[in-house]
Design a protein. Sequence first.
Length: 445
Amino acid sequence: RVPCTLRQRLQRGAQRRRREQREAAAPRSGKLLLRSRRPELSQPRWQTVGRWEQPPLVSAGWKHRKAYGDYFQLEPSQQAAPALQAPPAEAGQGPTFAELGLQPALLAGLERLSICRPTAVQRLAIPALRRGRSALCAAETGSGKTLAYLLPLLERLLGRPEAPAEAVAAAGPAAPRGLALRRRFLALERLRWMVLDEADSLMDESFTELLEEILAHAPLAAGAPGPAGPDEERTQVVVVGATFPAGLSETLANFTDVGRFVTLGTQSLHRLPPHVQQKFVRLKGRDKLPELLQLLKERPSSAGAVLIFCNSASTVNWLGYILDDHRIKHLRLQGQMSAAARAGIFASFQKGDVSVLVCTDLASRGLDTSSVQLVVNYDFPDTLQDYLHRAGRVGRVGSKAPGAVVSFVTHRWDVDLVRKIETAARKRTGLPGMDSINKPSPNAG
């Protein structure tokens, strides 16, 4: 038997949920957060979903064959990128670069580049790195992370013109191979700054062994947050990424005291970009190509550059042949090409020689794509991290327009990821399973 009070509480909850569903389905003025082909599943911006509630999902039935042709679209909820928004505590636009204490020479360079205000991650990172702190720095894609660590680094170099030669190491997905060729001739005793950019790529098994070798030979000195004195200096380490993989802190802990690192993370970390339109279309595999061709042919030439992501080099090549047949000018970028060829291809794309680039996830990290205004996931990404990195190719700091993302959803396993994305969008939360940045210990100095 169910106690009377509990039964009444359950009935009231059921009545409340039915009322909310009727309100959501009823026409009401206002902009939408999520637009569905079925109006009853659209979600207006004013509607909130509780943390423990399970909202009705457009993608709930997408594993059924009758779902082909269905779609939903996440509408932009703000105009500018979150990185450009001033902190709530600031009455104006937030602190300037001058107020962060940077040298006049750097300020002049920023002014020449028309970079006027620091982004959110730059406001967090520049003061900490100028103090010599080692840091785990995580922020959404396209938020200005590179400048956040470069400015303090350049300032340190400019401030020590008469010091003996010192070493700076920057590791990213393209750097370790060059270091590996020279590691027998390279001494790291004088290494003063180490930047590990695109941390999730560096933790890939193809890079891990070399990364650990570099860390083992660098003078990290357990627990050292930075310079230790006039006669003894230790390496300042900055780990940077839009997503941090599991195991990163454990790897670093083998060589230094990660508890002494300061953790810098923006509020938009691991969240879907709120200023970018994102559309998800359920398709049969055979319908992807006609859908893509129609999208490209209807797109005006003035609408900006396009990135088309595939999950394999073979698909990139195959799709390229099809685009050739349809006389659609494009470039291809995939991992089976030499590093020199890839660099030349991307440079040509950046210059605007060709406005369509068919690529693998190689182009989803560490490249400046501010000219891109449309990302097409021809193959749906394998992970939520990959989706964030691909979507982050549009709507970047410095982009002329927020851009849009269109994803083709064909496989049943794709639907599982789409459901997680849709749930996070409706609840306005971060994507699940991506909180892998360890907080520093309370005694961090």
